[in-house]
Write a protein that binds this ligand. Structure first.
Ligand SMILES: [Zn+2]
Length: 281
């Protein structure tokens, strides 16, 4: 049956209204999710619906300001990584300060411990190392799942007094780097005003030219000057230092909250893995 023209127009118009309404609902749901993630949502008065099928929440998308990472480094560099890499580039992920607990450089205690006097996540180690390890593990497992030639290195002790001991991050990185492997060390920066923000502190010029993976990580996280603080020990030995973010709320709160911890760590790792995958392909 053919409808008269005015009825067809009406059906078309109501279709438009319905589409607009569902798009509006979708946008509102998305906004509510993002508010939830930031932990500032008002409690909902709506009746509980039947449980939805298990579905991982999406990670916050990169933006300015960035809802996941917070501020990028306030001291940006101007280098560009251009050297090509093989798609099967061997990548070694280290946790910053994994061998320097109880030394002069144990990592940041974080805002919660230092300013709010909360107990550390794990007695005997700085919170930075705790989170460095969590992100390190998630980067390696996600990276392997996505086909990267990626592995972790973990020193045998959390406190190795001699930097030149053959099992420190520094000594291993020198060996790995000299045979063409890409070494990335995960860090969190101190809370403000001490920290600078997220970004890659790349290897120094004596090690190698900066490559497309350095470039991709810098575009995702930010770019520190190549000679940051006069050239750090790690970058001198072939380590690219990735400052994931400053260790303060709201990120630190989301990490410490057991209900949002795993998701937050996975979202941080996803940013790293996305950048590496983009760099090697
Ligand atoms: Zn650090």
């Amino acid at each position: 049956m053919r409808l008269p023209a005015w009825m067809q127009r009406r059906r078309f118009a109501s279709g438009l209204v319905i589409t607009a309404l569902s798009l509006g609902t979708l946008a509102m749901t998305k906004a509510a999710e993002q508010r939830n993630w930031l932990g500032t949502a008002e409690p909902s008065n709506e009746p509980a619906e039947q449980p939805a099928p298990e579905q991982a929440d999406p990670c916050p998308s990169p933006a300015t300001p960035d809802p996941l990472l917070g501020p990028r480094t306030k001291k940006p560099g101007s280098w560009v990584g251009r050297s090509p890499v093989q798609t099967n580039l061997p990548i070694v992920v280290m946790a910053g300060h994994a061998d320097s607990q109880g030394t002069a450089s144990p990592g940041t205690p974080g805002y919660a411990v230092h300013k709010q006097k909360r107990p550390p996540m794990q007695p005997g180690i700085r919170d930075e190392l705790f989170w460095n390890r969590q992100v390190q593990a998630a980067v390696v497992s996600q990276g392997q799942a996505r086909g990267l030639n990626i592995r972790a290195y973990t020193p045998p002790s959390i406190s190795i007094a001699n930097d030149d001991d053959s099992s420190t991050n520094w000594s291993k990185a020198k060996v790995f780097s000299e045979r063409g492997e890409y070494v990335l060390e995960i860090h969190f920066d101190a809370y403000r005003p001490h920290g600078f923000g997220s970004g890659l502190i790349p290897v120094l010029a004596n090690v190698r030219e900066l490559n497309v993976v350095d470039e991709s990580l810098a575009q995702a996280f930010g770019r520190y000057p190549r000679f940051f603080r006069g050239g750090l020990g790690g970058p001198r030995r072939g380590i690219g230092i990735l400052e994931i973010a400053i260790l303060e709320p709201p990120l630190e709160t989301n990490l410490r909250d057991p209900s949002s911890r795993e998701h937050t760590v996975n979202c941080l790792a996803e940013r790293v893995v996305n950048a590496i995958v983009q760099g090697v392909s």
